[in-house]
Design a protein around this ligand. Structure first.
Ligand code: HEC
Length: 216
């Protein structure tokens, strides 16, 4: 083989990969059911079959609530009036702390943001659920490993001048992400009881305390 063709090899491989990716996504497209309703029914049946032998507690988790049914049907892109009604329904689930104090301890919030445990069938019964925020967000700049599905939350409180109102909105966002964005891919932590009120307060403090690594 000549030097010339060796030099072209990476380019050729790239071309083959591009062609393969195009072919695969064309296949996936043709396999995608046409109507949204038909598609979700098929997926739901498949998921139910996967968990056929699990106990009732786990089977219950397969039942979609009204919002999830709609988000599946519209592939997370509901038409505007529907998006509004989802947000209104989800906002109604938010319970603010009785004393209106939304800031807990940032040190606890940091642990919680880094903790991805909970909600798995292999968990011990006394497992404390984590928020797994780093799976989707950049938070403290000193942390090198983070997901990018959600926006960066670095300097979150500082950028908002540590405003009490912004902290309250953030408590609401974490409690139920869909109150402000229908079909958000961020979990509805408080509405599902996955995190407790105290845990949400701690993570709000992690975002809003001037001493938190988030704001350094
Ligand atoms: C599965 C991914 C995922 C996880 C886990 C997650 N988020 Fe999010 N988050 C998102 C996405 C996507 C958005 C942007 C869409 C939206 O606003 O709902 C978002 C938005 C936000 C916002 C609003 C940002 C803005 O634009 O002002 C805050 C605050 C936030 N997340 C905090 C958290 C905290 C705290 C945790 C952990 C308790 C967390 N998130 C866990 C995906 C996630």
């Amino acid at each position: 083989m000549s030097l010339q063709s060796n030099a072209n090899r990476p380019a050729r491989y790239a071309a083959i990969i591009v062609a393969l990716v195009a072919a695969t996504s064309a296949l996936a497209e043709s396999a995608t059911p046409k109507g949204p309703a038909e598609g979700t029914a098929g997926v739901e049946r498949y998921v139910r079959e996967m968990w056929a032998s699990s106990d009732a507690k786990w089977k219950d988790r397969l039942k979609q609530d009204e919002t999830q049914v709609l988000c599946s049907r519209f592939r997370n892109n509901p038409p505007e009036p529907l998006a509004q009604s989802i947000q209104t329904r989800e906002a109604a689930t938010i319970v603010f702390p009785k004393d209106n104090q939304v800031l807990g301890r940032w040190q606890e919030g940091e642990k919680l943001a880094q903790n991805g445990r909970g909600g798995q069938f292999s968990d011990a019964p006394d497992t404390v659920n984590g928020g797994n925020c780093y799976a989707c967000h950049q938070m403290a700049k000193s942390e090198l490993s983070f997901g990018t599905l959600g926006p960066s939350l670095s300097e979150y409180g500082k950028i908002r001048n540590f405003s009490a109102e912004a902290a309250r909105d953030t408590f609401a966002k974490i409690y139920n992400s869909q109150a402000t964005l229908a079909c958000s891919s961020m979990p509805r932590f408080g509405a599902h009881g996955f995190l407790t009120e105290q845990q949400i307060k701690d993570v709000v403090a992690y975002l809003f305390d001037p001493d938190s690594p988030i704001n350094k």
